[in-house]
Design a protein around this ligand. Structure first.
Ligand SMILES: [Zn+2]
Length: 271
């Protein structure tokens, strides 16, 4: 439960999420730290609660000297239950936002925290600066397979990043654009296909492509089942239809909404 309540001081047993750059500190065994594990003079930022337990982030001084294990969000998300992965993504988002939003972008005065909110306000010109999210869309596109064969799912390979992975078409939402319009635009731009039956699936806070990213997933069918994907060769290296009973092994990780979408598509086809 996200929150920004500073009215109570952190208690020793509260959850503690130290952040340095894009890394988080856990105990050596991977467990989430407690406030008592950090020095008493640590400056804590409220994150909200997890199962009723308050959680706090900090950007500690002398980070490299703290006992424990610094790790990226993906490594943590692969090991811990989803609510903890979500809390870790919030810690990264809040700490990064605070570090990169210290000064007013309009008049250069130093921003002040708004009590009880993940937001700052300028004392000079009253500019309100909330923690903003970058929304992105992912689309699992299917088409009917040949007679007697299962449906086919469109998967793509990117030219950069984890290039061995077969992923879903994805992209960031533009200002002034709906999620649905972004899904149709990205699919059109990246693989040249039109969609039918675009349906919202769910969402996931995602800290891998930068803190503060909110992934939203959709399912859809290809408007023209005979159309083949055309990739631009820049962002995408390859796009291909796979039968749902013959998906490649190199799929997105189990903790990602990409994989949840793919697995749900396979399960729905079996019913
Ligand atoms: Zn200002």
């Amino acid at each position: 439960m996200p929150g920004a309540d500073r009215s109570a001081a952190p208690a020793p047993a509260d959850l503690a999420l130290p952040v340095a750059g894009n890394k988080l500190l856990t105990a050596d065994d991977g467990a989430v730290l407690r406030v008592a594990d950090l020095p008493a003079d640590t400056d804590w930022v409220p994150l909200g609660t997890l199962d009723g337990v308050p959680a706090w982030a900090t950007e500690p001084a002398g980070a490299q000297d703290l006992p424990g294990r610094w790790r990226g969000w993906a490594s943590l998300a692969a090991e811990v239950p989803e609510p903890l992965a979500t809390l870790a993504s919030r810690a990264l988002a809040v700490v990064t936002w605070r570090r990169t939003h210290r000064w007013c972008g309009a008049c250069r005065a130093e921003l002040a925290d708004v009590p009880g909110e993940s937001a700052r306000r300028c004392p000079g010109c009253d500019l309100y600066v909330p923690l903003r999210l970058s929304a992105a869309v992912l689309v699992a596109i299917t088409r009917p397979g040949p007679a007697g064969r299962p449906d086919e799912l469109l998967l793509v390979r990117h030219s950069y990043g984890p290039t061995g992975l077969w992923a879903l078409v994805a992209g960031f939402v533009e200002g002034g654009e709906t999620l649905e319009a972004a899904a149709r635009r990205e699919v059109g731009e990246e693989v040249g296909l039109a969609l039918d039956g675009l349906t919202y699936f769910g969402s996931q806070p995602w800290a891998l492509s930068g803190p503060g990213v909110l992934l939203t997933g959709f399912t859809a069918t290809a408007a023209d089942p005979g159309a083949e994907p055309v990739v631009d060769g820049r962002e995408l290296a390859e796009a291909r239809w796979f039968p749902l009973d013959g998906l490649p092994a190199e799929l997105p990780p189990a903790y990602s909404i990409s994989r949840w979408l793919i697995d749900a598509t396979v399960t729905a086809a079996r019913r």
